[in-house]
Design a protein around this ligand. Sequence first.
Ligand code: SF4
Ligand code: SF4
Length: 324
Amino acid sequence: MSARGLTKKQTTSAEIVLERPMVTRHYKMVWDLDRCVGCQIGPAVCPKDAVKHIPAELEGGRMVKRAGVDIDAEACIFCGMCAVMCPTQAISMTINGEPEIPIIDYEAFPKLIESTVFERELFDFGLKDFVVNNCPTHVISYNAEADTMEVDDAHCIRCRQCEVASSGAFQVVQPWEGLVRLQRDKCVEGCLACADICPTRALHIDDDGELTLADYYCIKCGACMQICPVKPEVEKYTTTFEVKEIEVKRERERVMNAHDLPIWVERWRVKHSPVDSGAWRAALLDMADDKAGAVEIDRTRALRRRDLLKALAGGKAMLERAKH
Ligand code: SF4
Ligand code: SF4
Protein backbone atom coordinates (compact mmCIF):
# COMPACT_ATOMS: atom_id res chain seq x y z
CA MET A 1 0.00 0.00 0.00
CA SER A 2 1.29 3.48 -0.82
CA ALA A 3 2.17 5.72 2.12
CA ARG A 4 1.04 8.76 0.09
CA GLY A 5 -1.24 10.97 2.17
CA LEU A 6 -0.46 9.23 5.46
CA THR A 7 1.45 11.10 8.13
CA LYS A 8 4.73 9.61 9.30
CA LYS A 9 5.98 10.56 12.76
CA GLN A 10 9.49 10.21 14.19
CA THR A 11 10.33 11.18 17.76
CA THR A 12 13.79 11.44 19.29
CA SER A 13 14.91 13.16 22.48
CA ALA A 14 15.81 16.22 20.34
CA GLU A 15 12.85 16.58 17.98
CA ILE A 16 9.48 15.44 16.68
CA VAL A 17 9.21 15.21 12.89
CA LEU A 18 5.91 14.85 11.02
CA GLU A 19 5.89 14.23 7.26
CA ARG A 20 2.98 13.84 4.88
CA PRO A 21 3.78 13.10 1.23
CA MET A 22 0.90 14.14 -1.04
CA VAL A 23 0.73 13.84 -4.83
CA THR A 24 2.49 17.13 -5.56
CA ARG A 25 3.30 18.49 -2.10
CA HIS A 26 5.49 17.00 0.62
CA TYR A 27 4.59 18.52 4.00
CA LYS A 28 7.12 18.44 6.85
CA MET A 29 7.01 19.93 10.34
CA VAL A 30 9.77 19.75 12.95
CA TRP A 31 9.38 20.53 16.66
CA ASP A 32 12.79 21.29 18.22
CA LEU A 33 12.41 19.92 21.75
CA ASP A 34 15.48 21.80 23.03
CA ARG A 35 13.79 25.10 22.15
CA CYS A 36 10.29 24.02 23.21
CA VAL A 37 9.38 25.04 26.78
CA GLY A 38 5.92 23.48 26.96
CA CYS A 39 4.22 26.88 26.80
CA GLN A 40 0.51 27.71 26.96
CA ILE A 41 0.27 28.97 23.38
CA GLY A 42 0.88 25.85 21.24
CA PRO A 43 -1.83 23.64 22.76
CA ALA A 44 -4.24 26.62 22.79
CA VAL A 45 -3.80 27.67 19.17
CA CYS A 46 -4.07 24.24 17.50
CA PRO A 47 -7.58 24.00 15.97
CA LYS A 48 -7.45 20.18 16.03
CA ASP A 49 -6.13 19.70 19.58
CA ALA A 50 -3.13 17.91 18.06
CA VAL A 51 -0.60 19.60 20.37
CA LYS A 52 -0.52 18.01 23.83
CA HIS A 53 1.41 19.60 26.66
CA ILE A 54 3.85 17.20 28.34
CA PRO A 55 4.46 18.33 31.92
CA ALA A 56 7.94 18.68 33.35
CA GLU A 57 9.12 16.37 36.11
CA LEU A 58 10.05 18.16 39.33
CA GLU A 59 12.13 17.01 42.28
CA GLY A 60 12.58 19.16 45.37
CA GLY A 61 11.20 22.18 43.51
CA ARG A 62 13.64 21.90 40.58
CA MET A 63 12.99 20.68 37.04
CA VAL A 64 14.66 17.32 36.43
CA LYS A 65 12.92 16.57 33.13
CA ARG A 66 12.01 19.34 30.75
CA ALA A 67 8.40 20.20 29.84
CA GLY A 68 7.49 19.89 26.18
CA VAL A 69 4.82 18.75 23.77
CA ASP A 70 3.69 15.68 21.91
CA ILE A 71 1.91 15.82 18.57
CA ASP A 72 -1.04 13.68 17.53
CA ALA A 73 0.03 12.80 13.98
CA GLU A 74 -3.46 11.72 12.96
CA ALA A 75 -5.05 14.95 14.16
CA CYS A 76 -2.45 17.38 12.72
CA ILE A 77 -3.63 18.97 9.45
CA PHE A 78 -0.35 20.82 8.70
CA CYS A 79 -2.04 24.23 8.87
CA GLY A 80 1.04 25.77 10.51
CA MET A 81 -0.83 27.87 13.13
CA CYS A 82 1.46 26.61 15.91
CA ALA A 83 4.54 27.42 13.81
CA VAL A 84 3.35 31.04 13.40
CA MET A 85 2.61 31.51 17.09
CA CYS A 86 5.42 29.52 18.77
CA PRO A 87 7.04 32.03 21.16
CA THR A 88 10.38 30.21 21.22
CA GLN A 89 10.69 29.62 17.45
CA ALA A 90 10.78 25.89 18.09
CA ILE A 91 8.69 24.83 15.09
CA SER A 92 9.69 24.85 11.43
CA MET A 93 7.55 23.93 8.47
CA THR A 94 8.43 23.19 4.85
CA ILE A 95 6.52 22.15 1.75
CA ASN A 96 8.63 20.41 -0.90
CA GLY A 97 11.70 21.41 1.12
CA GLU A 98 10.95 25.16 1.08
CA PRO A 99 9.76 27.13 4.14
CA GLU A 100 6.03 27.71 3.68
CA ILE A 101 3.09 28.11 6.07
CA PRO A 102 -0.24 27.35 4.37
CA ILE A 103 -2.45 29.28 6.80
CA ILE A 104 -0.53 32.48 5.97
CA ASP A 105 -0.56 31.78 2.22
CA TYR A 106 -4.35 31.39 2.33
CA GLU A 107 -4.54 34.74 4.19
CA ALA A 108 -6.41 33.10 7.05
CA PHE A 109 -3.69 33.92 9.56
CA PRO A 110 -1.48 37.01 9.95
CA LYS A 111 2.27 37.36 10.18
CA LEU A 112 3.37 38.52 13.61
CA ILE A 113 5.02 41.92 13.77
CA GLU A 114 8.29 41.34 15.62
CA SER A 115 11.89 42.32 15.01
CA THR A 116 15.39 42.64 16.42
CA VAL A 117 17.47 45.41 14.87
CA PHE A 118 21.11 46.28 15.54
CA GLU A 119 22.22 49.94 15.25
CA ARG A 120 25.97 49.72 14.72
CA GLU A 121 26.75 53.38 15.44
CA LEU A 122 25.08 53.16 18.88
CA PHE A 123 27.15 50.16 20.00
CA ASP A 124 30.20 50.06 22.24
CA PHE A 125 32.11 47.13 20.68
CA GLY A 126 33.90 46.60 23.99
CA LEU A 127 30.59 44.95 25.04
CA LYS A 128 30.45 42.48 22.15
CA ASP A 129 31.49 39.32 24.05
CA PHE A 130 29.19 40.20 26.93
CA VAL A 131 26.22 40.68 24.58
CA VAL A 132 26.98 37.46 22.64
CA ASN A 133 27.29 35.37 25.81
CA ASN A 134 24.26 36.95 27.47
CA CYS A 135 21.72 36.06 24.74
CA PRO A 136 19.63 33.21 26.25
CA THR A 137 19.20 31.50 22.88
CA HIS A 138 22.76 32.10 21.60
CA VAL A 139 21.61 33.68 18.37
CA ILE A 140 23.92 36.71 18.38
CA SER A 141 27.35 36.55 16.75
CA TYR A 142 30.11 38.98 15.85
CA ASN A 143 30.94 39.21 12.14
CA ALA A 144 34.65 40.15 12.23
CA GLU A 145 34.90 40.80 8.49
CA ALA A 146 32.08 43.34 8.50
CA ASP A 147 32.87 44.42 12.09
CA THR A 148 29.22 44.18 13.08
CA MET A 149 26.85 42.12 15.21
CA GLU A 150 24.45 39.65 13.60
CA VAL A 151 21.27 37.96 14.83
CA ASP A 152 19.87 34.64 13.62
CA ASP A 153 16.43 36.21 13.28
CA ALA A 154 14.56 32.94 12.68
CA HIS A 155 15.49 31.76 16.16
CA CYS A 156 15.44 35.02 18.14
CA ILE A 157 12.72 34.86 20.82
CA ARG A 158 12.49 38.70 21.25
CA CYS A 159 13.39 38.62 24.94
CA ARG A 160 15.03 42.09 24.86
CA GLN A 161 18.05 40.93 26.90
CA CYS A 162 20.31 42.32 24.14
CA GLU A 163 18.54 45.69 24.29
CA VAL A 164 19.50 46.18 27.91
CA ALA A 165 22.93 44.50 27.62
CA SER A 166 23.88 46.81 24.71
CA SER A 167 22.45 50.00 26.27
CA GLY A 168 19.95 50.25 23.43
CA ALA A 169 22.10 49.43 20.38
CA PHE A 170 19.81 46.42 19.81
CA GLN A 171 16.13 47.32 19.50
CA VAL A 172 13.53 44.60 19.84
CA VAL A 173 9.81 44.59 19.01
CA GLN A 174 7.96 41.85 20.91
CA PRO A 175 4.72 40.54 19.36
CA TRP A 176 2.73 40.17 22.60
CA GLU A 177 1.73 42.87 25.04
CA GLY A 178 0.49 41.73 28.41
CA LEU A 179 1.44 41.22 32.01
CA VAL A 180 3.46 38.86 34.19
CA ARG A 181 3.20 38.86 37.99
CA LEU A 182 5.14 36.89 40.62
CA GLN A 183 3.75 36.55 44.17
CA ARG A 184 6.56 34.81 46.02
CA ASP A 185 4.47 34.47 49.20
CA LYS A 186 2.07 32.15 47.31
CA CYS A 187 4.88 29.78 46.14
CA VAL A 188 5.40 26.22 47.36
CA GLU A 189 8.32 26.55 49.77
CA GLY A 190 11.70 25.99 48.14
CA CYS A 191 10.26 25.76 44.61
CA LEU A 192 12.30 27.35 41.80
CA ALA A 193 10.87 25.36 38.88
CA CYS A 194 9.65 28.35 36.84
CA ALA A 195 13.18 29.76 36.72
CA ASP A 196 14.34 26.43 35.28
CA ILE A 197 11.90 26.60 32.34
CA CYS A 198 11.68 30.36 31.60
CA PRO A 199 13.30 30.75 28.14
CA THR A 200 14.15 34.44 28.58
CA ARG A 201 15.57 34.43 32.14
CA ALA A 202 12.81 36.89 33.06
CA LEU A 203 12.31 34.48 35.95
CA HIS A 204 15.74 33.70 37.38
CA ILE A 205 17.56 32.87 40.58
CA ASP A 206 19.49 35.91 41.80
CA ASP A 207 22.89 36.02 43.51
CA ASP A 208 21.21 35.43 46.90
CA GLY A 209 19.46 32.29 45.61
CA GLU A 210 16.07 34.05 45.48
CA LEU A 211 13.53 33.61 42.69
CA THR A 212 13.28 36.99 40.94
CA LEU A 213 11.21 38.36 38.07
CA ALA A 214 12.67 40.84 35.56
CA ASP A 215 9.38 41.48 33.78
CA TYR A 216 10.80 43.47 30.83
CA TYR A 217 12.30 40.28 29.38
CA CYS A 218 9.06 38.27 29.53
CA ILE A 219 7.55 37.16 26.18
CA LYS A 220 4.22 36.01 27.74
CA CYS A 221 4.74 32.37 26.73
CA GLY A 222 3.14 31.06 29.93
CA ALA A 223 5.62 28.18 30.37
CA CYS A 224 6.02 29.31 33.99
CA MET A 225 2.29 28.88 34.65
CA GLN A 226 2.39 25.43 33.07
CA ILE A 227 5.25 24.22 35.29
CA CYS A 228 4.05 25.85 38.53
CA PRO A 229 2.79 23.22 41.02
CA VAL A 230 0.03 25.61 42.17
CA LYS A 231 -2.60 25.02 39.50
CA PRO A 232 -5.32 27.35 38.20
CA GLU A 233 -8.94 26.46 38.96
CA VAL A 234 -10.93 26.86 35.77
CA GLU A 235 -14.59 27.34 34.97
CA LYS A 236 -16.10 26.75 31.53
CA TYR A 237 -18.23 29.37 29.78
CA THR A 238 -19.56 30.04 26.31
CA THR A 239 -18.48 32.99 24.21
CA THR A 240 -19.84 34.23 20.88
CA PHE A 241 -18.13 36.02 18.02
CA GLU A 242 -18.98 36.92 14.44
CA VAL A 243 -17.57 35.34 11.29
CA LYS A 244 -18.83 36.91 8.06
CA GLU A 245 -21.89 38.21 9.96
CA ILE A 246 -22.72 34.74 11.33
CA GLU A 247 -22.64 34.35 15.11
CA VAL A 248 -20.34 31.52 16.27
CA LYS A 249 -20.45 30.05 19.80
CA ARG A 250 -17.35 28.61 21.41
CA GLU A 251 -16.68 27.04 24.79
CA ARG A 252 -13.82 28.59 26.75
CA GLU A 253 -12.27 28.40 30.21
CA ARG A 254 -11.61 31.17 32.69
CA VAL A 255 -9.31 31.02 35.73
CA MET A 256 -11.10 31.56 39.04
CA ASN A 257 -8.12 31.76 41.44
CA ALA A 258 -5.74 34.13 39.60
CA HIS A 259 -5.00 36.09 42.77
CA ASP A 260 -3.85 32.96 44.62
CA LEU A 261 -1.39 31.84 41.95
CA PRO A 262 2.35 32.44 42.48
CA ILE A 263 2.89 33.25 38.81
CA TRP A 264 0.33 34.82 36.51
CA VAL A 265 0.62 35.74 32.82
CA GLU A 266 -1.86 37.70 30.70
CA ARG A 267 -1.68 38.15 26.92
CA TRP A 268 -3.62 41.27 26.00
CA ARG A 269 -2.77 42.10 22.43
CA VAL A 270 -0.56 40.78 19.64
CA LYS A 271 0.97 42.88 16.86
CA HIS A 272 0.23 41.38 13.45
CA SER A 273 -0.34 42.09 9.77
CA PRO A 274 -3.97 42.83 8.80
CA VAL A 275 -6.24 39.80 8.54
CA ASP A 276 -9.98 39.22 8.84
CA SER A 277 -10.72 35.54 9.29
CA GLY A 278 -12.70 33.32 11.61
CA ALA A 279 -9.65 31.07 12.10
CA TRP A 280 -7.64 33.99 13.47
CA ARG A 281 -10.41 35.29 15.74
CA ALA A 282 -11.04 31.81 17.14
CA ALA A 283 -7.30 31.30 17.73
CA LEU A 284 -6.99 34.66 19.44
CA LEU A 285 -9.86 33.88 21.79
CA ASP A 286 -8.06 30.67 22.77
CA MET A 287 -4.56 32.15 23.16
CA ALA A 288 -5.20 35.53 24.66
CA ASP A 289 -6.85 37.12 27.61
CA ASP A 290 -10.59 37.82 27.00
CA LYS A 291 -9.88 41.49 26.35
CA ALA A 292 -7.60 40.81 23.35
CA GLY A 293 -10.30 38.93 21.45
CA ALA A 294 -12.80 41.65 22.26
CA VAL A 295 -10.49 44.42 20.99
CA GLU A 296 -9.98 42.66 17.63
CA ILE A 297 -13.67 41.93 17.20
CA ASP A 298 -14.57 45.52 18.08
CA ARG A 299 -12.08 46.75 15.50
CA THR A 300 -13.64 44.57 12.78
CA ARG A 301 -17.11 45.78 13.75
CA ALA A 302 -15.89 49.40 13.84
CA LEU A 303 -14.99 49.23 10.14
CA ARG A 304 -18.67 48.58 9.38
CA ARG A 305 -20.32 50.93 11.91
CA ARG A 306 -22.26 53.68 10.14
CA ASP A 307 -22.05 56.07 13.10
CA LEU A 308 -18.22 55.88 13.05
CA LEU A 309 -18.03 56.26 9.27
CA LYS A 310 -20.36 59.25 9.47
CA ALA A 311 -18.17 60.89 12.12
CA LEU A 312 -15.18 60.97 9.74
CA ALA A 313 -14.44 64.36 8.12
CA GLY A 314 -16.36 64.00 4.85
CA GLY A 315 -17.83 60.72 6.09
CA LYS A 316 -21.44 61.66 5.34
CA ALA A 317 -20.58 62.31 1.69
CA MET A 318 -18.68 58.99 1.60
CA LEU A 319 -21.75 57.08 2.85
CA GLU A 320 -23.94 58.86 0.29
CA ARG A 321 -21.51 57.86 -2.48
CA ALA A 322 -21.48 54.25 -1.22
CA LYS A 323 -25.29 54.09 -1.64
CA HIS A 324 -25.04 54.76 -5.38
S1 SF4 B 1 15.98 39.47 21.70
FE1 SF4 B 1 16.79 37.89 23.14
S2 SF4 B 1 16.94 36.01 21.87
FE2 SF4 B 1 16.78 37.77 20.44
S3 SF4 B 1 18.89 38.35 19.97
FE3 SF4 B 1 18.21 39.64 21.68
S4 SF4 B 1 18.93 38.53 23.52
FE4 SF4 B 1 18.98 37.04 21.82
S1 SF4 C 1 8.22 34.77 32.88
FE1 SF4 C 1 7.50 35.24 30.80
S2 SF4 C 1 9.06 34.41 29.41
FE2 SF4 C 1 9.39 33.46 31.44
S3 SF4 C 1 8.21 31.52 31.34
FE3 SF4 C 1 6.84 33.09 32.25
S4 SF4 C 1 5.69 33.93 30.50
FE4 SF4 C 1 7.48 32.81 29.63
